[in-house]
Design a protein around this ligand. Structure first.
Ligand SMILES: *[C@@H]1O[C@H](CO)[C@@H](O)[C@H](O)[C@H]1NC(C)=O
Ligand SMILES: *[C@@H]1O[C@H](CO)[C@@H](O)[C@H](O)[C@H]1NC(C)=O
Ligand SMILES: *[C@@H]1O[C@H](CO)[C@@H](O)[C@H](O)[C@H]1NC(C)=O
Ligand SMILES: *[C@@H]1O[C@H](CO)[C@@H](O)[C@H](O)[C@H]1NC(C)=O
Ligand SMILES: *[C@@H]1O[C@H](CO)[C@@H](O)[C@H](O)[C@H]1NC(C)=O
Ligand SMILES: *[C@@H]1O[C@H](CO)[C@@H](O)[C@H](O)[C@H]1NC(C)=O
Length: 274
C-alpha cells in the first residue's frame, strides 16, 4: 500500500512534468519572444508594436518602424530615407513627435533635402495640428523687404551678399518669390510653433520652433491589431512575407487568434462587446 502510494505520486509527478514541458514547447516561439522582452530604447520604456529595434526582433514590430540609436537618449527612425529624432511616442493615440535629424539645432545643413510625407503610404501622415515651414536659401537681400518673412544666416553666404528667409503656411501669403532664391526646403513644425514664429522671428526662435518637433500620426493596421490583441494575441509582422501577423500562444494567425479570415474578426468584436 505504502509502495503503491509512492509509485502513484512518482508517476503523477512525471506526468505533471511532461505536460508542463509539452505545454511550454508548444507555445509559439515568436509569441513568447515578443511577450517576454520589454523593449527599451533611449528614454522610452516598454515599447511594443509597431516599434522594434535594438534587441527586439523585427517580427515583433512593423518593418517600417525600426528605432535606431537606442543607446542614445534620442532614438531615430527613417521615413522615406530621411532620418528623424524621436522626441515623444504616444502609443495609445498612434502618434509620435519627431524632428529632422539634420535640422536638429542646425538650420543650415550641408545637404539640403525636403522631407515631405506626401508621397508615402497611409502608414505615416502629418498630424492636423502641424504645418509647413519653408526655408529659402541664398536669396537676394532686397526681396525680404516685400514679404513677412523671418531671416536667418548660414556661415557660407556671409560674404556673398545673399541671405535666407523662412516662412510658414500661416505667415506666408504667396509673396515670397521662390525663384529668386537658390534653394528652398520644406520641413514641418507644429501650429503652435508656427504661431509663435509670426511674432518672434529671430534665428533662435526658428531653431526652437524646429527643435520642438511635429507630430506624425501612424496607421500600422491599428484597428486590425486591436482585434488581434483583444483575442489574446500580439501584433507583429511575418518574418518572411512581412505582412502584419497576429502572434498567438499556439501559432501565428493573420487576423485574430484562431482565425486567418478577416470576416470572423467582426464576429469576434460582437462577441467581445456583449
Ligand atoms: C527567441 O529568442 C531566443 C533567445 O533570444 C532565440 O534563441 C530564438 O531564436 C528566438 N526564436 C525565434 C523564433 O526567433
Ligand atoms: C523641395 O521641394 C520644393 C517644392 O516641391 C522644390 O521647389 C525644391 O527645389 C525642393 N528642394 C530640394 C532641396 O530638393
Ligand atoms: C545654386 O547655387 C549653386 C552654387 O552656387 C549653383 O551651382 C546653382 O546653379 C544654383 N541654383 C539655382 C537654382 O540658382
Ligand atoms: C523668441 O525670441 C525672443 C527674443 O530673442 C525670446 O525672448 C523668446 O524666448 C524666444 N521664444 C522662443 C519660444 O524661443
Ligand atoms: C521564420 O519563422 C519560422 C517559425 O519560427 C522559422 O522556422 C523560420 O526559420 C523563420 N525564417 C526566417 C527567414 O527567419
Ligand atoms: C494563417 O496565417 C499564418 C500567418 O501568416 C500562417 O503562418 C498560417 O500557415 C496560416 N494558416 C492557415 C490555415 O492558412
Amino acid at each position: 500500500m505504502h509502495f503503491h502510494l509512492r509509485r502513484t505520486i512518482f508517476v503523477l509527478l512525471i506526468l505533471l512534468k511532461t505536460t508542463t514541458f509539452a505545454k511550454n514547447r508548444h507555445l509559439d516561439q515568436q509569441y513568447v519572444n515578443c511577450t517576454n522582452k520589454g523593449f527599451d530604447c533611449g528614454k522610452f520604456q516598454n515599447l511594443n508594436y509597431p516599434f522594434w529595434g535594438s534587441n527586439r526582433p523585427q517580427y515583433c514590430g512593423h518593418p517600417e518602424f525600426e528605432l535606431r540609436n537606442c543607446g542614445s537618449d534620442a532614438p531615430e527612425i527613417v521615413i522615406n530615407s530621411v532620418s528623424y529624432r524621436v522626441l515623444a511616442i504616444n502609443t495609445w493615440a498612434y502618434k509620435f513627435t519627431v524632428v529632422r535629424t539634420d535640422y536638429w539645432n542646425d538650420v543650415c545643413p550641408k545637404d539640403l533635402r525636403n522631407g515631405t510625407l506626401y508621397e508615402s503610404s497611409s502608414l505615416f501622415s502629418y498630424d492636423s495640428r502641424t504645418q509647413d515651414l519653408i526655408l529659402y536659401y541664398r536669396c537676394p537681400t532686397n526681396i525680404g523687404t516685400a514679404v513677412q518673412a523671418g531671416r536667418f544666416s548660414c556661415k557660407e553666404e556671409e560674404s556673398t551678399g545673399l541671405t535666407n528667409f523662412f516662412a510658414t503656411t500661416t505667415s506666408m501669403s504667396g509673396r515670397l518669390s521662390t525663384t529668386a532664391c537658390n534653394q528652398s526646403v520644406t520641413i514641418r513644425i507644429s501650429n503652435s510653433a508656427a504661431n509663435n514664429l509670426q511674432t518672434n522671428t529671430t534665428p533662435g526662435n526658428l531653431t526652437a520652433a524646429i527643435n520642438s518637433g511635429f507630430e506624425i500620426d501612424w496607421d500600422a493596421e491599428n484597428s486590425r491589431c486591436e482585434l488581434c490583441q483583444w483575442s489574446g494575441g500580439l501584433c507583429g509582422s511575418h518574418n518572411v512575407t512581412k505582412e502584419v501577423t497576429c502572434y498567438c500562444k499556439d501559432r501565428p494567425y493573420l487576423y485574430v487568434c484562431g482565425s486567418n479570415s478577416s470576416g470572423s474578426s467582426s464576429d469576434f468584436t460582437v462577441v467581445n462587446q456583449r
